[in-house]
Design a protein around this ligand. Structure first.
Ligand code: SD4
Length: 299
């Protein structure tokens, strides 16, 4: 029997780990446990960057992105720009299980969710409406993604189950005040999440544009496949984000990565602005850890 492990992004990842870790210890599959953990965060209105109560886009709409991936088979599903549905990660799983597709977007994703029995819901809370009204952008089309620490956060949950299988879920309301129609890394397989039993699992959080640019999660899993530890692989991904930011002459982005190997080792690293904390369930306990921050190397 494999010793279960689960990791999840940010301090609110503790909500996910507290839900997923006992399930893993009862023999629940990695994907089911990760999904239950992610759903607990989606449901928590105090988390203003995931699911219910997420901060709206530039025109005041809460638009959700999510994906799931099963390391046994590389089965995966995703939704992007999903509105008025409270559990986008569950919808992503249905895309994986019930359709021949991987990604559904916008109105089509909502139609599919409704056909699958998900209820329509308002995702606003009085607090999220007030936060949006207070901080809404002045400019119609911003030129720089608003990637400050209070403008984003995603829950990415990576799990290893008792049978030695990996599963992962990534779910978010995306960058606060994003343009309508903007999609970040979170629902994109290989960017916000990648899971393969034969190499490892990785997930991302932070400014999605910078994560997409380097195909962050796929890059990390392929580094593990080539023999790097999860920690080494995450650090290499952060270095690549930094190098890309330097080449483009932009300020270092706020980006962080998590990884989990098939034998239960984990890794985490972030760019300096991200100041990334994550939750870990392993060896009978749940703890909060801080990732290693890596700055751009001197030219
Ligand atoms: C996005 N990566 O939409 C997401 C936002 C976020 O931590 O994570 N943040 O770009």
């Amino acid at each position: 029997m494999t010793e279960p492990v689960v990791i999840a992004t940010w301090p609110f990842g503790k909500i996910a780990v507290e839900t997923a870790y006992p399930l893993l210890n009862q023999g629940t599959s990695a994907l089911d446990a990760a999904l239950a953990g992610a759903k607990a965060v989606e449901d928590d209105p105090r988390v203003d960057s995931v699911g219910f109560g997420g901060i709206a886009n530039s025109i005041g709409t809460v638009s959700l992105d999510a994906c799931v991936m099963d390391g046994r088979t590389l089965a995966c599903g995703a939704v992007a720009g999903l509105e008025n549905i409270r559990h986008p990660a569950d919808v992503a799983r249905k895309v994986m299980e019930k359709t021949p597709h991987v990604l559904l977007v916008g109105e089509g994703a909502r139609w599919f969710a409704l056909q699958s029995g998900f209820p329509l819901a308002s995702l606003h809370t009085p607090e999220s409406v007030a936060a949006w009204a207070r901080r809404q952008p002045k400019e119609a089309i911003p030129t720089v993604p608003r990637g400050g620490p209070d403008n984003h956060d995603t829950v990415t949950v990576l799990a290893l189950d008792q049978k030695g299988h990996l599963g992962g879920v990534c779910t978010t309301s995306g960058l606060a005040f994003k343009l309508p129609g903007r999609v970040g890394d979170s629902p994109l397989i290989g960017h916000g999440l990648y899971v393969d039993d034969t190499a490892g699992a990785a997930g991302a959080t932070g400014v999605g544009e910078e994560i997409i640019r380097i195909a962050g999660s796929f890059y990390i899993v392929e580094q593990m496949r080539a023999g790097k530890s999860p920690q080494e692989a995450c650090e290499l991904a952060v270095k690549r984000v930094n190098a890309t930011a330097v080449r483009r002459g932009v300020h270092p982005a706020s980006v962080a990565f998590l990884a989990l190997s098939p034998d239960g080792r984990f890794g985490a690293a972030c760019t300096i602005p991200a100041k990334f904390q994550f939750a870990l369930g392993r060896a009978g306990k749940i703890e909060m850890l801080t990732a290693k921050s890596i700055g751009p190397e001197a030219p």
